[in-house]
Write a protein that binds this ligand. Sequence first.
Ligand code: GLA
Length: 334
Amino acid sequence: MSDALLSFHSPGRVNLIGDHTDYTGGLVLPMAIDRYTTIRGRPMANKVRLQSQSEPKPVEFDLPVISPEKINPSWGRYVAGVAAEMQSHAHGFDGEVSCTIPIGAGLSSSAALEVATALALGDTSTPVERAKLCQRAEVRGVGVPCGIMDQLTVTSGIRDHALLIDCHELTISPVQLPTDVKVVVQFIAERKLTSSGYAERVAQCKAAEQIIGPLRLADLSSLSSISDQTVRRRARHVVSENQRVRDFAAMLHTGDIKSAGKLMIESHNSLDHDFETSTTQMNSAVESAIAQPGVFGARMTGGGFGGCIVILADAEARLDGWQVRAVNAASQID
Ligand code: GLA
């Protein structure tokens, strides 16, 4: 094992539009953002030991790890999930973790930790394979049946671009962000995907697919054959959201930011009424944001049930929250 001190950093992500579409193979349009999880340390044989800056107890386990879901402190389950998925390809690592992505904010602090871990433990696969590995790790370590959006954004981010991702084909088309707009994130309230209705939403989409086939191929007219009203509304969100993502990407290309902003508001309303993943607080935050001069659109972003809203605004607009920039994928920094 080399004794060199290594650093890996992994961005968070914000999703501009296309939420709760990834796990049915739909479309999403996120960007990797300039908030990072960083792992610094040295490779070592057969053992992982990571000290977080914010917790007294380190995460420590031997390789191969047998039950990642039982590791404590619990953030170590993401780390151990990755080690378990890498199997014999993982080497040990002794280091520390720091993070500037707010935890539980819907900005993919989990995916950032997973991807930084994969790099630190020696993963050399492609961005798509690394994202798939980290997605499996999350399911295995913490039991969240998440889609691929977060991990794929973190492994594939491109500076100054959002990523139009087809979550069925796993293809990525970079979409350049206009220079005269800004993306602002407002943190509303902490949420936990593990204790939210996320898994229930995944199951409801599956139920819809059993009746009308893949939602990514469905159109709104086919929804009338779903008799359960809740399942029908969930499906309506997904089908309409896929179309909004397509339209939003086209509008960014042509520079029609006003119309793109309107789609963000429609997306928010659909997540609120049909998918029921917004909250009263998030709704008020979106309402006040869109009332501000220079704001094109705003919506809840990510899994929901709390977390953040994302705002698209004129570069000169004065807003609370913090401006985020689109950055490159996770990588080794030295
Ligand atoms: C979470 C999941 C993603 C995605 C979003 C909602 O962030 O990890 O896979 O489903 O929620 O779009």
